[in-house]
Design a protein around this ligand. Structure first.
Ligand code: NAI
Length: 290
């Protein structure tokens, strides 16, 4: 049986663990926070039950997948994994510390993947021994639903590591695209940041209302969700931080976050999780605006 360790059991890590287990992997899910591991178990159970209720997986297969996920706070147990996928907080110091630890624990040929959405792979890999085995595996949220995995080559990533990451993601039911150069924001984060920045600027300048802008994208382009609803879902704070990082790296003005985004972050109107962003979610919120 193939072994994968997933480090970080939050939104993304729990989803990656789930799709890997459904794909037949034995999964070790590691988190520094015991509570997060318990929440991950509940989230995986709920998601698998939903898939079973829809007939997309049998109840037996759902239970078998859940039983293939082991949970621990002890990262040393990741030693026997063939591939490790890191999904801890989006902070380069936290990620580098994890890669330092993994380098000490894992065999030199173990593939070390990171789910970062914007930090350069090469920067994370600089903390690892054998940086050629470090690769980006950027899954999308919610992982059990979204089909894409964006594979990212760092400066030193070997073909073998990229192939192993692709085999892992495909076995977890995903379709991969490859980003050949380790640019800030890769391909997808750059696209969505540029799109949301332009959408926010049009609203800020009074050219079009937020409602009409999203309607235009849904009905005119066939997008399932407009860019402003996407920003609300992802978090205006997350998007603003991501675009600031890309701007810092590229000095390309199209990534400079419009004042509207920055003011929304300052005021706490950061999207669904706060109850208000470009749109109102008061009924969903337990936070600021209710
Ligand atoms: P999250 O905050 O839900 O989960 C992170 C987990 O990592 C927490 O449970 C935390 O306790 C754990 N953790 C932190 N430091 C740790 C350490 N040193 N050792 C073990 N566990 C540790 O974060 P989320 O949203 O799951 O994001 C994880 C990664 O995935 C980030 O790099 C993020 O940028 C990326 N990502 C997030 C997406 C999203 O929509 N949330 C989409 C695509 C990528």
């Amino acid at each position: 049986m193939a072994h994968v360790a997933v480090i970080g059991s939050g939104l993304m890590g729990s989803g990656i663990a789930q799709v890997a287990a459904v794909g037949g992997w034995d999964v070790l899910l590691v988190d520094a926070d015991k509570g997060a591991l318990e929440r991950a178990d509940a989230a995986v159970r709920k998601s698998l039950d939903r898939f079973a209720a829809k007939g997309r997986i049998t109840a037996e297969d759902a239970e078998a997948a859940r039983a293939r996920i082991w949970r621990t706070t002890d990262v040393e147990q990741a030693a026997k994994a063939e591939i490790v996928v890191e999904a801890v907080f989006e902070r380069v110091d936290v990620k580098q510390e994890v890669f330092r630890k993994l380098s000490a624990i894992c065999a030199p040929e173990t593939v070390l993947a990171t789910n970062t959405s914007a930090i350069p792979i090469t920067e994370i890999a600089s903390a690892a021994s054998h940086p050629e085995r470090v690769v980006g595996t950027h899954f999308f949220s919610p992982v059990p639903m979204m089909q894409l995995c964006e594979l990212v080559r760092g400066l030193h990533t070997s073909d073998a590591a990229l192939d192993a990451a692709r085999a892992f993601a495909e076995s977890a039911g995903k379709t991969c695209v490859v980003v050949n150069r380790d640019v800030a924001g890769f391909a997808t984060t750059r696209l969505i940041c540029a799109f949301i920045n332009e959408a926010a600027s049009l609203v800020e300048d009074g050219v079009i209302s937020a409602e009409d802008l999203d309607t235009a994208c849904r009905l005119g382009f066939g997008h399932p969700m407009g860019p402003l609803a996407t920003a609300d879902l992802t978090g205006i704070d997350v998007i603003t931080h991501a675009t600031e990082n890309i701007y810092e790296d590229t000095a390309d003005p199209k990534f400079f976050p419009p004042a509207l985004l920055r003011r929304m972050v300052a005021s706490g109107a950061i999207g669904r999780k706060s109850g208000k962003g470009f749109f109102d979610y008061a009924e969903l919120s337990t936070g600021l605006w209710t």
